[in-house]
Design a binder for this molecule. Structure first.
Ligand code: ADP
Length: 581
């Protein structure tokens, strides 16, 4: 009933749990004091004792009530602090984890899932820690304390009440297996609904263009309907188990009360002590009854916590401390398989990227080019083979030192929804306006400075600039901090011819002084490379210079000629815009 991993996440806040439990027990003792004072008052009336005795009883009652009040207020405050501190600590851990993963992907946890886990998931854990856990420990101790107090009045009643108490946790355990399943499903449906919602919003434009918004609206409706159904299931289960717990609690108290009356009538049990037993009987069951109610809230937290533990459990990439002293990259007999894939994506890859050389990696879509980049940048970790920088494995070096040497421009390089200047400052905080403008000029992008110059804001998802301009801007941003290894992963895909030409001009210029690794599906772009690797199905089929590969007359040359033919085929030849075939 306690999740070990979630308990570990408490860290230094464990002490608050025990403090809350201690206060709850004090509160229970004050409750007993209130009941005892009431019984004492009745006893004084019943026995016609001197009125001065009322004063003692009233004083006892007052102390118990005030004590109880103070305990209630302080317990609430400590629970609140516990909840806040745990949430802060967990969010901090999640944030640090995401940072430590760096460029590594977060496995199956998608962006929407990630934000749900870190925002709402952590919020649900609040109740698990601040309500469920203290209640759990308290409800184990409270019946024992009550038994110890009552056993001196009547061992029979105390024993019967104590024996009935475990029926509540038994009923909780009985539903817990089912509840766990339902809650896991509930959370899964919730996250999947969030993912689909984000997906639909992000792709709304495409859905409108394809006139597929109706279909996706129906899909969203279906997902929402599934979520509604599972929510109803959760509510039914909660209601049913609360009813069962109530039944157990009231029946148990009823048995205790019945036995007390029997003992008062048939034995020498004092009626006032009997009254005390009757009034206190329900206290035996209340803590576990409250635990039962908190259990359902906790289950929600637990399933959210599982996702969080999954995130926190992703292995850290252990970068070393050494400074990078060579920019030669070697891929040595690397085979790689994605965890969710059945087959190898890369098979026995051997590549060398010499300092100052221009290397091209080409091949049909899906042959593993970007996977190679992800291994070189440390985004994914090689399990078979080695990635060497100089003569040492990549993770021998400090991440900062390695990243200060490399730059990656891909077709999905992110441009922030900020001013042009700030986008450059992210890449290099010391860059001057003149340097920014110079970089913008290099990629022929002066147009985006019209109006407020560097203060112009790039919209979210770069919607106020064209795809080509976006890629040119991404390149310019990456040009302002001199690096030694430039990796371009399809940096010119899906953009206009003019932008592609400008970007390629810049890449060729860079390749004169620095190492360049260029990944492109268009073979024309790697024609000038010092070495080209041609891949198919995760294997290097051919390697050499363009001339050497063309002479080979193999797959590279076939693809090159096919692409050339296609490109020539689509050239306009006359003013009417007819294609030459
Ligand atoms: P390329 O860049 O040559 O187009 P990729 O390296 O992106 O190819 O992908 C190579 C293969 O690996 C593809 O079949 C792709 O489906 C698969 N793949 C890519 N990324 C992942 C991933 N994160 N999980 C599982 N499979 C992946």
């Amino acid at each position: 009933m306690i999740d070990k991993e979630l308990f570990k996440l408490l860290g230094n806040n464990k002490k608050y749990i025990f403090f809350v439990v201690f206060l709850m027990i004090l509160g229970l003792l004050f409750n007993i004091g209130i009941t005892a004072s009431i019984c004492g008052g009745i006893y004084i009336l019943y026995q016609n004792l001197e009125l001065i005795n009322f004063l003692y009883v009233a004083l006892g009652l007052l102390i118990s009530i005030v004590g109880r009040l103070i305990i209630t207020i302080s317990t609430g405050k400590i629970k609140d602090k516990l909840g806040r501190d745990v949430k802060k600590e967990i969010r901090d851990k999640a944030y640090k984890k995401i940072l430590s993963l760096g460029t590594r992907s977060q496995g199956d946890i998608k962006i929407a899932g990630l934000s749900q886990i870190c925002i709402e998931g952590v919020e649900q854990l609040d109740l698990y820690y601040s309500t469920y856990l203290p209640q759990f420990f308290y409800s184990m101790l409270a019946p024992i304390i009550l038994f110890i107090v009552n056993v001196f009045i009547s061992w029979q009643v105390s024993l019967v009440l104590l024996c009935c108490v475990p029926l509540i946790p038994i009923s909780i355990i009985a539903v817990s297996k089912y509840a766990k399943k339902v809650f896991a499903k509930y959370r899964g449906k919730y996250i999947s609904m969030g993912d689909s919602f984000l997906d639909c919003i992000q792709g709304l434009k495409e859905l409108k263009i394809y006139k597929a918004d109706g279909i996706y609206s129906q899909k969203m409706h279906d997902k929402s309907e599934e979520f509604r159904k599972i929510t109803m299931k959760v509510l039914i289960m909660q209601l049913a188990s609360t009813t069962i717990m109530d039944l157990v609690a009231f029946c148990g108290a009823g048995v205790g009360i019945g036995l007390t009356i029997y003992l008062v009538v048939n034995t020498h049990l004092n009626p006032i002590l009997g009254l005390f037993l009757i009034l206190i009987a329900v206290e035996f069951f209340l803590p576990l009854r409250a635990l039962g109610s908190a259990f359902h809230v906790a289950m929600n937290g637990v399933s959210a916590g599982k996702k969080l533990s999954e995130l926190l459990g992703i292995d850290d990439v252990k970068w070393g401390k050494e400074q990078v002293d060579s920019t030669k990259i070697t891929i040595k007999d690397v085979s790689y398989k994605y965890s969710d894939s059945n087959s190898l994506t890369l098979k026995h890859i051997n590549m060398e990227f010499e300092p100052g050389k221009f290397t091209g990696i080409v091949g049909p879509s899906g042959c593993g080019k970007s996977t190679i980049v992800s291994l070189i940048t440390g985004e994914n970790i090689v399990t078979n083979g080695e990635i060497l920088i100089g003569n040492k494995p990549i993770f021998t070096y400090s991440r900062n030192s390695y990243y200060s040497k490399i730059v990656l421009v891909s077709s999905s390089t992110y441009i922030f929804n900020d001013t042009i200047r700030n986008n450059f400052l992210i890449a290099n905080e010391d860059v001057s306006d003149d340097e920014i403008i110079e970089a913008i000029k290099k990629v022929n992008l002066e147009k985006i400075l019209t109006g407020n110059g560097l203060e112009n804001v790039i919209n979210e998802d770069s919607t106020n600039i064209s795809g080509g301009e976006r890629q040119r801007l991404a390149l310019a941003i990456n040009l302002i901090r001199p690096k030694e290894i430039y990796i371009f992963d399809e940096a010119t895909s899906n953009i206009d011819v003019e932008s592609e030409a400008i970007i390629m001009e810049n890449i060729l210029e860079i390749s004169k002084k620095h190492s360049v690794i260029l990944i492109s599906h268009r073979l024309e772009n790697v024609k000038n490379a010092d070495k080209i690797y041609y891949l198919e199905f995760g294997e290097i089929l051919e390697s050499g210079t363009h001339q050497e590969l063309m002479k080979l007359n193999g797959e590279y040359s076939k693809l090159y000629l096919t692409q050339k033919e296609l490109e020539n085929g689509y050239k306009f030849t006359d003013e009417e815009g007819k294609y030459a075939n």
